[in-house]
Design a protein around this ligand. Structure first.
Ligand code: GAR
Length: 197
């Protein structure tokens, strides 16, 4: 059974997809803890699904490194096989990436390497792109530059707003994320090999 710590900053709808998938006894992964860098709405899913939560507020640390060290200590208490960044809107300090790599993955609402960064959906709209996408990557020290585990195209439709486009992307992200966790658990995807190619 693959144990997961999932880190969020927002509503956690992709996290919900993972939690729902793990309700199936045959799904080979379980979320053992949910962490956040702020008082994120998605932390409520912990209570709903009976999963412990922790918060390491970015604002109460002297700098990114101090925040990262505390976050890493909290994560490591759970000894997870895999850490999923599912809408965590902070860059992890290099020593956190080094400690968790390659078992550290991130969902991103664009077809990387297109539109990296914190505003992937807004940037695709602003560029007038006819299509964008959803990606799941292995995290390295770049900004959304790590090896791609899975990705899929999503059309941009006339009249799309950031909200409508993001919702369409997230339905794809959820499917990619659940499938990738399944593939990692079953050994069909090897993160170590991916990180060395
Ligand atoms: C997802 O679209 C995720 O890819 C994105 O935040 C959203 C979280 O939604 N992450 C990033 O943009 C990271 N740069 P959720 O809280 O509803 O799961």
């Amino acid at each position: 059974m693959l144990s997961l710590v999932v880190l969020i900053s927002g509503g956690g709808s992709n996290l919900r997809a993972l939690l729902e998938a793990s309700e199936d006894a045959e799904f080979p992964a379980r979320v053992v803890a949910i962490g956040a860098d702020r008082d994120a709405d998605g932390l409520a899913l912990g209570e709903e699904f009976g999963v412990p939560t922790f918060t390491v507020p970015y604002s109460s640390h002297a700098d990114r490194e101090a925040w990262g060290d505390e976050l890493l200590a909290q994560i490591q208490q759970w000894q997870p096989d895999l850490v999923v960044l599912s809408g965590l809107m902070r860059l992890l300090p290099p020593r956190v990436v080094a400690a968790l790599s390659p078992n550290l993955v991130n969902t991103h609402p664009a077809y990387l390497p297109e539109f990296p960064g914190a505003h992937g959906v807004r940037d695709a709209l602003a560029a007038g792109a006819g299509q964008t996408g959803a990606s799941l990557i292995v995290v390295d020290n770049g900004v959304d530059e790590g090896p791609i585990i899975a990705q899929e195209r999503v059309p941009v439709l006339a009249g799309d707003t950031e909200t409508t486009l993001h919702e369409r992307i997230k339905t794809v992200e959820r499917r990619l994320l659940v499938q990738a966790v399944l593939d990692i658990a079953n050994g069909h995807v090897n993160l170590k090999e991916l990180s060395h190619t």
